[in-house]
Each structure stands twice: as C-alpha cells, then as structure tokens.
Design a protein around this ligand. Structure first.
Ligand SMILES: NC(=O)c1ccc[n+]([C@@H]2O[C@H](COP(=O)([O-])OP(=O)(O)OC[C@H]3O[C@@H](n4cnc5c(N)ncnc54)[C@H](OP(=O)(O)O)[C@@H]3O)[C@@H](O)[C@H]2O)c1
Length: 300
C-alpha cells in the first residue's frame, strides 16, 4: 500500500490525475489535513482511503501508516522527520520525500534548515530506501504562491520594479511535471530507489526574461524599471529600520540575485523526465487569471 501526504496540494492533485489516467490499481492511503475539498479523491475511481490528520501529530502518523510499504511525502520538508520516524516504526521499504532545491542557496538563512533536515533524514538510508525529489520554484495555477502574484501585478500595473539587472537565472517547474514525476519515480523503482533528483523546468531563463514572458502572455506592454542593486539594498535597509513588520529584507533582495537553475539530467536518464518550457507552461495560468478577473469584473 502507498501512503501519501500532501495529496490535496498543487502537485498532489496532478499526481492524482496521472494515477487516474494510468488506471492505477494499487491501494492508496492518504493523510489529509481536513476533509473539505477532497471530493476529487472520492470521485477518482482509485482505491483510495482518506485519514484526516495533521503531520505534527506523530501518533496519528504512526498508526495511520500501518500496513504501508511505500510513502510519498509531498506535504512539506518541515514534517519529513516525523514521516521518517513513522516509516521506521512501520517497516516501510521505500520513502519518496519531496524536498527543495532551496538547500543549494549560498545564503545560510535560506538553506541551513533544509540541509539539516535532509541530512538527518538521509541517515536512515540503512533502514529503508529514501529517494529525494527537489523541485525548484513551483508554478502552474492560482494554487502557486509565486507566479500568480506576478501575473496579477503585471496585469494591474504598468511599471514593474526590478531589483538589480534581472540577469539571475531561474528554472521554475510546472506542478503538472512534478505530479508526473512522482508517478514515474514510483513505477521506475529499479532505477529511482534511494536516489536524489532535482526537478526543474525545461530551460533556465533570466529573471528579466521570465517577467517579459509573463507580460507577453498577458498581452501587456509593461515597462520594467531597473532599480540598481545598491539602491535596492539601501531602500530595503531603510524600510526594515522604520518598519518592524517589513515584508522584504535586505537578504531577500540579495537572494533574488542568486542563480536558481538546476540540471534535471539524472531524472531525464532514470525516468524520462521531460518538463514543459516556461513559455508554454505559463499560458494556462495566465488564462486562468484572466478568466477569474473577467468574471470578477462582471460581478461588480
Ligand atoms: N512552492 C514552491 O515554490 C516550492 C518550491 C520547492 C519545493 N516545494 C515543496 O514541494 C512540495 C510540493 O509542493 P506543492 O506546491 O504541491 O504543495 P502545496 O500546494 O503547498 O500543498 C501542501 C500539501 O500539504 C498539506 N499539508 C500542509 N500542512 C499539513 C499538515 N500539518 N498536516 C497534513 N497535511 C498538511 C496541504 O493540505 P491542505 O490542502 O489541506 O492545505 C497540501 O495538501 C512541498 O513540500 C513544498 O514545500 C515548494
């Protein structure tokens, strides 16, 4: 039996779609935070059992994982240690853990915790197979926390402030490609067992190209105003000095300049991972935004 966490999330829902399209016959048990909005699981036709619980509840995790041989932990790296504890207790053979490329950041405040959790989890590779999947920034629908805000900003505003030159590389991954990757990792166990994979989008693009691509997709002619890095840092310093609840820190401005492009060569070789380009992948999300915006305008 396969045990899944985070199935109601952005990439989890794509994973379910793939299971359905493949006619997956295996038994699945999933831990869901709440039963609201889980009708898509009941109507999926999959052999799926829901357990309502919180990943912070170790006892619940331990008992609900009973009888499972494989775990796909999508929900969050911050619960990975609890999941591994429960997996050890239940003699799970293989745990697939969705973590993050955030561990590669040169800024310690961004990477230290991820590295510590991951290293702790990987110590248990002598007890079971542990495969780690590391997505880059996830996009693909209004469920993402990143691109949807950018789409909305570019749609509403003419000018876009760019901190620095915008030359840093990014390689966001579509949630559909992740959902597919989870499935492909599972069915290619002979090659994916106990391995680590970065899961990024088709090609790296600069931050400037990314903003231009979204703007073009929206049919807008936004004007990108570059704010020199020294001025951005100064502004962030002043802002943080006067506002204790500042929403952007100096380090965040600096982190924006960091390249976040990662090769998915291993995933391509081991399970034919073949992600969509950002240019193609963003279209659906832009269309979703435009449709929602249109219906909001009609209601006003
Ligand atoms: N967003 C990014 O750019 C990014 C980048 C790299 C890595 N990642 C990681 O990649 C993974 C997949 O991302 P995603 O966007 O598909 O995730 P997501 O949409 O944020 O979904 C998170 C899932 O975890 C569940 N969950 C959250 N807290 C829980 C708790 N305490 N107990 C039980 N379930 C809980 C949520 O349940 P509800 O639906 O009920 O809220 C949801 O199903 C996550 O681990 C994420 O941290 C994300």
């Amino acid at each position: 039996m396969l045990y899944v966490t985070g199935i109601t999330g952005h990439s989890g829902r794509w994973f379910v779609k793939r299971l359905v399209s493949e006619g997956y016959k295996g038994k699945i048990r999933c831990l869901v935070l709440e039963e609201l909005d889980t009708g898509f699981l009941d109507n999926s036709g999959l052999d799926i059992e829901k357990v309502v619980g919180d990943l912070r509840d170790q006892e619940k995790l331990n008992t609900s994982m009973s009888g499972c041989t494989m775990v796909l932990h999508i929900a969050s790296i911050f619960y990975s240690q609890n999941v591994i504890k429960a997996a050890i207790r239940n003699n799970v053979e293989w745990a697939i853990m969705v973590h993050t490329t955030g561990r590669y950041s040169k800024y310690k405040s961004a990477s230290t915790e991820y590295i510590e959790i991951e290293e702790h989890v990987l110590k248990f590779r002598d007890r079971m197979g542990i495969t780690v999947l590391r997505p880059t920034m996830i996009y693909g629908s209004s469920r993402d926390q990143n691109m949807y805000k950018l789409i909305s900003f570019l749609h509403k505003m003419k000018f876009f402030p760019m901190f620095g030159e915008g030359e840093n590389l990014m390689q966001p991954v579509h949630a559909r490609d992740l959902g597919n990757a989870y499935y492909d990792v599972i069915v290619n166990r002979s090659t994916t067992f106990n391995k680590d994979y970065n899961l990024s989008g088709k090609q790296p693009l600069s931050y400037m190209e990314l903003v231009r691509t979204v703007s073009k997709s929206l049919g807008r002619k936004n004007i990108i105003v570059k704010i020199p890095l020294w001025a951005s840092i100064l502004a962030a310093r002043v802002y943080n000095a006067v506002d204790k609840k500042a929403i952007i820190s100096v380090e965040q401005v600096l982190r924006m300049q960091e390249d976040k492009a990662f090769s998915y060569e291993d995933a391509m070789r081991d399970f034919a991972y073949s992600p969509v380009s950002f240019e193609d992948g963003i279209v659906e999300e832009v269309n979703e935004y435009l449709a929602k915006n249109k219906s909001k305008a009609k209601m006003r």
